[in-house]
Design a protein around this ligand. Structure first.
Ligand SMILES: [Zn+2]
Length: 134
């Protein structure tokens, strides 16, 4: 399971859709949601999946961490992981990506906080044969 699927299913409790086809009008094999032409502007080949590279996805994750009662322990985890000084003015702007960059990195840290681990989930790069992050 890659980290984006982990966040979608295990942390947010949403469906990581598996579509019956690759065109608008197909449905999800797991939850039955339909994907019509109405949503065409949002279409991507994997269907409607979160990218975890947006402000919205990051805030949804932070809200879930908070709802789970883990905001304090997540903050400590995050500070240690990224070696950020809690007392610095930089901290809050960094954690909320106020410069508009770093959403994906912060989202991935939430996956790691909840136990996702790429060593347990290696993916072999089809081109080089090397293990890589997925
Ligand atoms: Zn689904």
């Amino acid at each position: 399971m890659n980290w984006k699927q982990f966040l979608t299913e295990k942390v947010l409790g949403e469906c990581w859709h598996e579509l019956t086809g690759d065109q608008p009008g197909c449905t999800c094999k797991k939850c039955g949601a339909g994907f019509s032409a109405v949503h065409y502007s949002d279409w991507n080949p994997k269907g409607f999946v979160r990218t975890f590279a947006t402000r919205n996805d990051l805030m949804d994750l932070y809200q879930q961490v908070y709802k789970d009662g883990k905001w304090g322990s997540f903050s400590i985890f995050s500070l240690r992981k990224f070696r950020i000084d809690r007392e610095s003015d930089y901290y809050n702007s960094w954690r909320f990506c106020l410069n508009g960059e770093g959403y994906e990195e912060r989202c991935k840290a939430v996956a790691e906080f909840y136990g996702w681990n790429e060593q347990r989930d290696p993916v072999i790069d089809k081109n080089s044969g090397a293990y890589r992050d997925n």
